[in-house]
Design a protein around this ligand. Sequence first.
Ligand code: HEC
Length: 202
Amino acid sequence: MDNEKKHLQKKDEEYEIDTLTNDRLIKGHDYDGIRELDNDLPPWWKWLFYITIAFAIIYSVRLFVFKAPDLIQADEYQNEMASYQASKAVAKANKAFEVKLLTSDADLAKGSETWHKICAACHMADGGGLVGPNMTDNYWLHGNTVQDLYNVVTNGVLAKGMLSYKDQLSDKARLEVVSYVLEKLQGTKPAHPKAPQGKKYK
Ligand code: HEC
């Protein structure tokens, strides 16, 4: 006990100083002779602590006083969902346009409208053909698939008098009108059918 006390030096009422390290000892902390130094916390630790306090104050004010939308969970969720839906819509719009026969009444009605407005001038309203070939028989110059017809309407056959409708009609409108040709004109009996042109398809 005496030995132990020897390197302890009373500084004042409040502290005892450890003479070996010259550090302060916590008063009253003595467990079986094991004592604890009263060292200051390291500055980096204190700064971190102050920063968390500042963060908490700013956060609380924003959350409870200003009700910042990015902190309110329900709003945050709504915002995230909205931006997700928006990005999904963009992805869908960017998806490559698929040239596939349309069969819905709405699409074919729109195709019919385009046909009568633009194409009938050369192919006749009933598809019998005039300047352009007959669309009701199964003879085709450029193939009989949706893609074949779509390509002709898109790029035209300029040398033969079939125009390109790439700029005048949207992808969808071109698909609608060729779908109308295949679904509604093919196999019908026009009033004045033009003689077959091209190759016969089954
Ligand atoms: C200015 C007259 C004219 C107009 C308008 C016109 N076409 Fe044509 N079309 C032609 C001619 C001429 C050909 C034949 C081209 C050839 O000999 O290669 C043709 C060919 C076609 C073919 C290919 C036929 C085959 O046998 O392979 C399709 C399909 C076609 N037209 C669809 C349309 C559609 C749909 C429209 C309306 C958007 C349209 N055309 C408007 C003149 C026209």
